[in-house]
Design a protein around this ligand. Structure first.
Ligand SMILES: Cc1cc2nc3c(=O)[nH]c(=O)nc-3n(C[C@H](O)[C@H](O)[C@H](O)COP(=O)(O)O)c2cc1C
Length: 304
């Protein structure tokens, strides 16, 4: 019997796949649909203190190898979102509440609210590449990240994961700051800052000009980040970026990820990706003579 069960400190998932933040995770209906489709956990859309419209259109460009998005963190605000969480709690898998804020006090406020609503863990969005005053703008500073994680750990009991940006030369320093502040894990990676220009209109396509690249194009960047983080950290790593198939999932696990998130592939291929990846993982483990998923976590480090 092959076990896909994985553990992120005291959070146990029946399989390592999660729905990534921001893709089909805005309403209780879509959160429940992802849980019913075989995801081992669901991460909500990133939620802030007050309602936010996001940027005007166009906010999403589809490319051959992924998407560039600059949604601008549209969300109904933490008070309104409580209902979506409460309506999702019976879905059978852990719900991870993603939050964004501009400083440690606001993060702590949002984290406590999410905990009251009943989420199993928090994901701190310290990495959105296109929202002024939020995300990556604060997530590239080890000092600020350390302060945020430390404050939030003082205020909540549930596990806290920090979602990191690849748009920095200080990935390891930031991740170490998370670990030293008591963070329970890191999520790597958010999107890669990018842009696209219309040659007909002779100007940037996105209303915000810059956005974040996701999908297969960023998988090698995500793999590199997870591999480097595994060498530097004791806390678990959740791998995300360009996972579409079970082979992509195996690559992330071998690089050192304990769990995985899937975003763009859900948008492109539908919710069936969770079952297809989990079935492929089970077959792979069986064929290779393993009995549990944790046996392949980080194996790519052993021979190098
Ligand atoms: C349309 C869209 C919206 C997103 N919204 C969020 C968000 O609200 N919060 C967040 O942390 N990440 C957000 N992301 C980033 C994804 O969660 C993920 O980190 C990234 O897309 C890489 O994974 P993928 O290649 O599987 O999509 C968003 C991505 C896309 C494409």
């Amino acid at each position: 019997m092959i076990s896909l069960q994985t553990k992120l400190k005291n959070l146990v998932l029946s399989n390592p796949t999660m729905l990534a933040s921001g893709i089909l995770s805005e309403t209780s209906g879509s959160i429940i649909a992802a849980a019913n489709s075989g995801a081992g956990a669901v991460v909500t859309k990133s939620i802030g203190s007050v309602p936010r419209m996001g940027y005007p259109n166009p906010t999403l460009i589809e490319l051959k190898f992924g998407y560039i998005n600059a949604m601008g963190l549209p969300n109904p605000g933490i008070d309104e979102f409580g209902k979506e969480i409460k309506d999702s709690l019976g879905c059978g898998v852990p719900i991870i509440g993603s939050i964004f804020a501009s400083d440690e006090k606001e993060f702590a406020y949002l984290g406590k609210k999410m905990e009251e609503y009943g989420v199993a863990a928090l994901e701190l969005n310290l990495s959105c590449p296109h929202a002024k005053g939020y995300g990556m703008e604060i997530g590239i500073s080890p000092e600020i990240v350390g302060k945020i994680v430390s404050k939030i750990k003082d205020e909540v009991q549930i596990p806290v994961f920090a979602k990191l940006t690849p748009n920095t030369h200080q990935l390891i320093e930031v991740a170490k700051a998370v670990e030293e502040a008591g963070g329970d894990g890191v999520v790597a990676i958010n999107t890669v800052k990018a842009m696209s220009i219309s040659i007909d209109f002779k100007r940037p396509i996105l209303a915000n000009r810059y956005g974040g690249l996701s999908g297969p194009a960023i998988k090698p960047i995500g793999i590199r980040c997870v591999y480097e983080l595994y060498d530097a950290l004791e806390i678990p790593i959740i791998g995300v970026g360009g996972i579409e198939t079970w082979q992509d999932a195996v690559e992330y696990l071998m690089a050192g990820a304990t769990a995985l998130q899937i975003g763009s592939a859900v948008r492109k291929k539908g919710l069936g990706v969770f079952r297809s990846i989990n079935n492929g993982l089970t077959r792979f483990l069986e064929k290779e003579g393993y009995s549990a998923i944790n046996e392949i976590v980080g194996v790519a480090h052993e021979l190098s």
